[in-house]
Design a protein around this ligand. Structure first.
Ligand code: PSV
Ligand code: MN
Length: 386
């Protein structure tokens, strides 16, 4: 297919699609066994933003960055914001971090100790201040809270404490700011997790109010979970706030989105497109949550952005009329054929055409590798705290 095969609406959705990049994808990362180092990685949040901007210059679809606090703490947030905006990047989401402090060993927003709970709430208030200073519209909360042994703490009381802590945080949000609550079924807690699933996240969001929504991290489900069903359900309820896209083979391994199961990514994007949730004003923020432990980080993010774009183009090519007709007729295989035909289409030439029409490099990866950027940052970014 060529661009001419897309409807004007589909073409405009493809042109305006955007994906938010995580600042932490550009830094050194690893597993609990080892963090490997990569030459030329950013030494501070400013350099992380430079790399985000580079991915955006090449792909044209990554104009926002997620920050993680305290990893991305700086003295002057206004300067950070201007540094980003000068390169066409805005600050998207502020991620809190209540999983790396001794005090949070037995929980943060759910902790039985009043002092620790207040400290965790105060950290989120600080994040909301950073949202104001950077113009970030959303606060993302993921908790490592849970227990390892039955009886270790009261599951019910922890839910009550969580609801209370979240309400305190929500009360600090401005009218134009939203809270997104991420779930994860296990890890680091091994017996129970306090926000393990979309239902629990949704229950808390409903209690908080309109500006609280669920974050779906594609790596946070038990194997075999039908993620597109969750997408469809949250969209129906108007409570899908954001995606953390990544891939996993076993547990939460934060691999490149679309690398493990491109068909799953397509099925997710198909639900998004069919619900009209791709438009920039749909309220769903498409973010990546990945780290690149072995591969080069900037190419990893380029590949991720183009993987999402390819799945989106395929979802936009689904013949919706033929699909609806087959579904109405009870044509089981015919309906399935309509979907798989779109999935099997090679959309790379179409996307090359799209990029050309937008003045972007036809092959962002090739252009990047030939640009000398990696060689330059490897030479420049020496010393400091990578
Ligand atoms: C937790 O596994 C998570 O998915 C959350 O989004 C964190 O903020 C992120 O990873 C980075 O550690
Ligand atoms: Mn995540």
């Amino acid at each position: 297919p060529t661009l001419a095969d897309l409807s004007p609406e589909a073409l405009s959705l493809l042109r305006t699609q955007s994906i938010e990049l995580p600042s932490w994808a550009f830094g050194n990362s690893g597993t609990r066994f080892r963090v490997f180092t990569t030459a030329g990685v950013p030494r501070d949040p400013f350099e992380k933003i430079d790399d985000v901007a580079e991915v955006h210059r090449l792909t044209g679809i990554t104009p926002r960055v997620s920050l993680h606090i305290p990893w991305d703490k700086v003295d002057d947030y206004d300067r950070l914001r201007r540094h980003a905006e000068d390169q066409g990047i805005t600050i998207g989401t502020i991620n809190s971090n209540v999983f790396q402090d001794e005090d949070y060993k037995l929980g943060s927003l759910t902790n039985a100790d009043e002092r620790i709970r207040a400290k965790a709430v105060a950290h989120h208030v600080e994040c909301i201040d950073i949202m104001r200073a950077t113009g970030a519209p959303a606060l993302k909360i993921w908790l490592a809270d849970g227990t390892n042994y039955p009886g270790q703490d009261s599951i019910r009381e922890r839910q009550d404490r969580l609801a209370d802590s979240l309400a305190q945080i929500y009360a600090h949000l401005g009218e134009d700011q939203q809270l997104v609550l991420e779930y994860k079924f296990f890890e680091p807690a091994f017996y129970h997790t306090d926000v393990p699933d979309w239902g629990t996240s949704l229950v808390h969001c409903l209690a908080l109010g309109e500006r609280a929504k669920v974050v779906l991290d594609t790596g946070h489900h038990a194997p075999g979970t039908n993620i597109e069903f969750i997408v469809a359900q949250l969209l129906r309820l108007g409570r899908l706030g954001a995606f953390d896209f990544n891939s996993r083979f076993y547990a939460d391994d934060d691999l490149i989105v679309g690398s493990a199961d491109p068909y799953q990514l397509f099925r997710i994007m198909n639900e998004i497109v069919s619900a009209g949730a791709l438009a920039p004003d749909s309220g769903v923020n498409f973010m990546l949550d990945q780290c690149h432990n072995l591969e080069e980080k900037i190419p990893g993010e380029i590949r991720s952005a183009t993987n999402v774009q390819e799945s989106t183009a395929k979802a936009l090519l689904v013949d919706r009329e033929a699909l609806a007709a087959a579904q109405r007729a009870g044509d089981v295989l015919g309906a399935n054929d309509v979907l798989t035909a779109a999935f099997s289409t090679d959309v790379r030439p179409l996307l090359a055409e799209l990029r050309e029409s937008q003045g972007l490099p036809v092959d962002p990866m090739k252009t990047f590798l030939a640009s000398g950027y990696l060689e330059r940052v490897r030479a420049e970014r020496v010393g400091g705290d990578a």
